[in-house]
Design a protein around this ligand. Structure first.
Ligand SMILES: CCCCCCCCCCC/C=C/C(=O)SCCNC(=O)CCNC(=O)[C@H](O)C(C)(C)COP(=O)(O)OP(=O)(O)OC[C@H]1O[C@@H](n2cnc3c(N)ncnc32)[C@H](O)[C@@H]1OP(=O)(O)O
Ligand SMILES: NC(=O)C1=CN([C@@H]2O[C@H](COP(=O)(O)OP(=O)(O)OC[C@H]3O[C@@H](n4cnc5c(N)ncnc54)[C@H](OP(=O)(O)O)[C@@H]3O)[C@@H](O)[C@H]2O)C=CC1
Length: 267
């Protein structure tokens, strides 16, 4: 695997997001943690959620001393009533940004995905995102806020080994573009980010090494996407510089979406 050709760059100015409030799902690890920390570093009051309290507490510890803040409430986003109540609680004093990052799947040929497995992945990666986004709507409208949903590189072309996840996230892309239209006059912007391979907990460890090597080999630029660069992109989209960006799938993936495809099973 090739190491990143340049170190990750923090290009946004300090204090950029001061006075704003955001909710980040899946904030206890990986991309969600990096996003939460970068938003807080830029001055945002971030509220994170996820199922594991200790993971969220770890993000809170890392956020100590930053210009903004990080508070958290454990919640399973698949429990619609609970997560809707959480949005109401977090947004009570305003909401400028929602980051739909919590997600995941297992890798299996479609013929081996049970109906329950399909439903579980669609609940997590599509239905929960609609529930959270709908609950956030009036609050985002009041602040002309933004939604960023974490998707996958190549989500619009398909990939082998995670049909359920790609179907769900393609649904989120359709939802994003539809709501970008419906809520445009409310000043709400919605975008998807499609990271290529990001080395996080989900892909760390010896067992994942072979998968990771295959994914990087299928990435034209030959390197994974640094988690900090995904975080910087989220912050950009949350900032005034992203004011007219909406309804987009932004793939930050070293051209993986133009390569042979990031397939998790062989054809
Ligand atoms: C060309 C372009 C392609 C796109 C390229 C994209 C970029 C590539 C990079 C991709 C790398 C992606 C990385 C990440 O997403 S890292 C994220 C992180 N972590 C995870 O994804 C793990 C999280 N996964 C889970 O938690 C579970 O898989 C699940 C989402 C299902 C939730 O688990 P839960 O505990 O709630 O549910 P159960 O365990 O009870 O399972 C529910 C049913 O699902 C079936 N199942 C589970 N695992 C498997 C499996 N491996 N194979 C088949 N079926 C499985 C399980 O059996 C249950 O159903 P049944 O009761 O019917 O058996
Ligand atoms: N890593 C990669 O290469 C890529 C990742 N992605 C996507 O980016 C997002 C973040 O992934 P990444 O950081 O890599 O992986 P992680 O596994 O580190 O993060 C997933 C996060 O989602 C949370 N989560 C999962 N299920 C639930 C749930 N039911 N309720 C609440 N929170 C939940 C987890 O927290 P907890 O377990 O505490 O609930 C965890 O913090 C995911 O949607 C992933 O699929 C997209 C492209 C590539």
């Amino acid at each position: 695997m090739t190491e990143p050709s340049t170190p990750p760059k923090e290009v946004l100015r300090p204090g950029l997001l001061a006075g704003t409030t955001g909710l980040v799902t899946g904030a206890g690890s990986g991309i969600g943690r990096a996003v939460s920390l970068r938003l807080a570093a830029l001055g945002m009051a971030v509220h994170g959620t996820g199922r594991r309290e200790e993971a969220l507490a770890g993000t809170a510890t890392l956020a100590e001393g930053l210009a903004g803040s990080f508070a958290y409430t454990p919640c399973n986003v698949r429990e619609t009533d609970a997560v809707t109540a959480l949005v109401e609680q977090v947004a009570a004093n305003g909401l400028d940004l929602l980051v739909n990052n919590a997600g995941g799947q297992f890798f299996a040929p479609a013929a081996e995905i049970s109906q329950k497995g399909w439903n579980t992945v669609v609940d997590l990666n599509l239905n929960a995102i609609f529930a959270v986004t709908r609950a956030a709507y009036p609050h985002l409208k009041a602040r002309r806020g933004a939604v960023v949903s974490m998707s996958l590189s190549g989500v619009d072309r398909g990939g082998m080994g995670f049909a359920h996840s790609i179907a769900a996230r393609a649904g989120v892309l359709g939802m994003t573009r539809s709501l970008a239209l419906e809520w445009a006059r409310d000043g709400i912007r919605l975008n998807c980010i499609g990271p290529g391979t990001v080395v996080t907990e989900g892909l760390a460890g010896e067992a994942a090494r072979e998968i990771l090597d295959r994914l990087v080999a299928a990435t034209p630029m030959g390197e994974p996407t640094p988690v900090e660069e995904v975080a910087e992109l989220v912050a950009y989209l949350a900032s005034p510089a992203g004011r007219l960006m909406t309804g987009q799938l932004i793939q930050i993936d070293g051209a993986a979406h133009l390569g042979p495809g990031l397939h998790l099973i062989a054809s």
